[in-house]
Ligand binder design. Structure first.
Ligand code: 5GP
Ligand code: ZN
Length: 122
């Protein structure tokens, strides 16, 4: 844990977030400024700055996290099948576009009408 890290504070419950999933490895919550109909952030509980800091020893918990991501995406509004799907993305480092310096995976999905795709309104 890092005292002043925004995402550590969310993991500790000191800053509110719309949490949709948690386990011993990770927490998943809604991005405060969603870029798509579904925009979640998946963070490890431990403070790791970015993918640049991942070592071989991290592969077990990181693998467990990755195995949860598709299920969490579908449970939170991403669509199944080849026409659906989601984007799983980790900006890493300043030149990688990372703004919050605690490793996080964006889970982004849902209909993208701005891409000219068919939208079905029930
Ligand atoms: P990055 O640019 O580091 O890959 O992504 C950081 C993400 O964190 C951005 O999409 C931003 O909207 C989100 N974010 C920043 N501050 C907060 C916050 O306080 N709460 C939540 N839920 N998301 C945040
Ligand atoms: Zn942190």
């Amino acid at each position: 844990m890092s005292e002043n890290c925004l995402f550590c504070k969310i993991a500790r419950g000191e800053i509110p977030a719309r949490i949709v999933y948690k386990d011993d490895d990770c927490i998943v919550f809604h991005d405060i400024n969603p870029a798509a109909p579904v925009h979640l952030l998946m963070i490890p509980r431990q403070h790791i700055v970015s993918m640049q800091d991942i070592t071989d020893e991290d592969s077990v918990w990181l693998g467990r996290m990755m195995a949860q991501a598709p299920k969490i995406a579908l449970e939170n509004g991403c669509n199944a099948g080849p026409d659906g799907g989601f984007r799983l993305m980790a900006n890493s480092g300043i030149e990688g576009g990372q703004e919050v310096l605690h490793l996080h995976f964006h889970i982004i999905g849902g209909k993208r009408p701005w891409k000219g795709q068919q939208v079905t309104i029930a």
